[in-house]
Design a protein around this ligand. Structure first.
Ligand code: ITT
Length: 193
């Protein structure tokens, strides 16, 4: 089945390709599909933004589309950065955004956090299906590791043995992450239809 990934984030493109290609999908990135669009994320929730991104691409391509709105929620920061994870505090680089989280947690005892991933799949007929995956963990004291993207160098998943996600093999994230969990639900749905 041909599937367009409605994202401009190359980290997501790589992860979805690795997860979905072995399952038999012909995965095209937005640019491979010849679509150059940066959809404004005006929704108030991950689900709303995921739908906005998928619908915009479906309206152009009229084939199966998958989008992902995701982010990091840090408990003592009032669950920020949340839906603003890609542009937290208006900081331009991933490193600066990670440092802002570490600064915000100085002297805080509670370092609990979670990654949330909301996947929106629009099928051949234009109907949307939403799936949410959550990955609980804590925020490390400092950055470590180079795998993955975004907040991976500071996120220590509860099932990671104390390592940041960026320090572990990519295969670990592919099977355990918020994204893997949301895609697992999508697969269950696709098998059942
Ligand atoms: P698209 O909207 O084009 O998909 P984006 O990067 O703007 O790309 P989001 O609005 O969903 O995507 O923001 C997601 C941000 O959350 C992402 O840029 C990272 O900073 C963070 N994030 C999400 N999933 C992550 C993961 O698996 N590992 C590390 N950081 C992640």
């Amino acid at each position: 089945m041909k599937l367009i990934l409605a994202t401009n984030n190359q980290g997501k493109v790589k992860e979805y390709r690795d997860i979905l290609t072995p399952l038999g999908f012909e995965v095209l990135s937005q640019s491979e599909a010849g679509i150059h669009l940066d959809v404004e994320e005006t929704g108030a929730t991950f689900a709303e933004n995921a739908y906005l991104k998928a619908k915009a691409i479906y309206d152009i391509a009229h084939c199966c589309v998958l989008s992902d709105d995701s982010g990091l929620q840090v408990t003592v920061l009032g669950n920020e950065p949340g839906i603003y994870s890609a542009r937290y505090k208006g900081l331009p680089t991933e490193h600066e955004r990670r440092m802002a989280i570490l600064d915000g947690l100085k002297d805080k005892a509670d370092r609990s956090a979670r990654f949330v991933c909301c996947v929106c799949f629009i099928d051949e007929g234009g109907k949307e299906h939403l799936f949410t995956g959550i990955w609980n963990g804590t925020i490390a004291e400092a950055e470590s590791g180079t795998n993955g993207f975004g907040y991976d160098p500071i996120f220590v998943a509860e099932d990671s043995g104390g390592h940041t996600t960026a320090s572990l093999p990519i295969s670990f994230k592919e099977t355990h992450s918020h994204r893997a969990k949301a895609v697992g639900q999508l697969m269950d749905y696709l098998r059942s239809r």
